[in-house]
Ligand binder design. Sequence first.
Ligand SMILES: C[S@@+](CC[C@H](N)C(=O)[O-])C[C@H]1O[C@@H](n2cnc3c(N)ncnc32)[C@H](O)[C@@H]1O
Length: 494
Amino acid sequence: MIVHINHIAPSKAKGAQVRQAESDLGALVTGCMMSMVEDGILDPQLAPSLRVHLDWIHYRSNFRDPVIVRRTTDSRGRTLALAEIAVDLRQADAATIQGELLHAVRSLCPGAGNGNEEGHVRLGAFTPYRDCLMWAFNRLFWQHLAEWEAASGKGFEKALPTGSSDANHPAAVADSAKKFLAHLMELETKHQAPSEIVGLEIGVGTGARAAAWLDRFKEYDAAAQTGFYDRTQFILGDYSPTSLERALAAVAHHAPHVKGVALDALNPLKALTQYRFKVMYVHSTNTYDNLPFDDIVRRDGRLYLMEVRAYLTESLVGPLCRDFGFAPEDLPGVVERLLKDGPAALFPGARGVECWRRIWEAFKLEERLRALDDYEEDHVPPGLNRTHLEDLLAEAPDDVRFHISRGAGESFANTLPLLHPRGFLEVQDIFVSDMNDYRKGFRGPGKLDGSLVTWVNGALLRAVGARAGYDVHFAAFPYRPGTHTTVLYTTQRD
Ligand SMILES: C[S@@+](CC[C@H](N)C(=O)[O-])C[C@H]1O[C@@H](n2cnc3c(N)ncnc32)[C@H](O)[C@@H]1O
């Protein structure tokens, strides 16, 4: 049996009490596993292929129970020997952990039953992350944002782990507008600036950033008397009707120069074909971290695709059924109705939204590792091929779990053709720019109030950019100490 400690979060950030509790728990887990070996509870046949993973998931709310079992299967779903018990030290409770570990070990023993002794209300079969139901919940959240916020009593920005968005940092916005103006001035001296200057923001949220950026750009342009503002058309792109409506209200004082476009961030080009090669400036913050991904795991030189099975956790199912008059067996159908037709399909008004919030609270994921066959390609994002993944794996540690950020890659690949040959793109998000960083801690997904967030594989975006003729760079976001935000920007290859 091998124990993996999967995090090196700076312990200062956690405080002495948390650190102590965490190391006590770590010791308790290893002590407990040793006792189970010595007492013969852990089958000697099983022990050599069992791994225990100790995580510290920095998202207080996430999709995992404190102790989970991950089986491995071959490509046809037949169980293989390697098995994992994963413990989230942040959620685990010293009072219950021994019982949970015992239960986990017993579930791995031959003849252990169907593995649903917990009474999970399962919502379908195992699927890769990219097809998980959580994406339908995420979309539902953005489509019904105003209703959720009315029920929670707070805007979505307050629900972010930091309580605010780096999108709107005044100094960052001012520097971005200044940099863009300087770029235009340089092009103008060479007679290379286009007559119409098109800007685009993807995933506009409240529109606060677009408004501040346009305010600053107009102000600097007026001070420099360059006349670019009058030539500017700024597009606000989003798939949430509420976000678009709010953003357009926020930039109303720039009305002749702005327009809102309903678009899917996965393919901005589709809604903006007339702007191909015309956009001088593209900005996006915290949208890539909201797009589908897959997880790949390498163990002992073998590659696995992480598969997940959604369920509603037992402890919350009883109260949910009681308060809304469901039987547990109704719940998969209830979830289907909710995702298809929205909260009003469950109950009218606030009660429907409350029911939706309670379902999301109970929503969790089981995990398993499915061995990848050599010929499989489905996990390779559009526009890339297996060689790109092999390059990433060559950079990665031997034993690793990492994201294939297929949604971010797709979005990026379908935005680059919009760029004017002298335009540039800047994306602020939580990027993993070095594959080694996947060894240093959990990189998502985290569960937010109604939506989700996950880190984005920057090395993968570098490969996507290179194919389209762009170099991709990552720069620190210097405006807020301790932030995880990084800025991705492009330069065109010669
Ligand atoms: C987390 S918010 C970020 C908002 C803002 N940029 C900020 O950082 O404060 C994500 C935004 O992206 C939008 N969004 C998420 N997925 C999208 C998709 N597939 N297509 C278009 N917009 C999307 C949401 O509607 C929301 O406005």
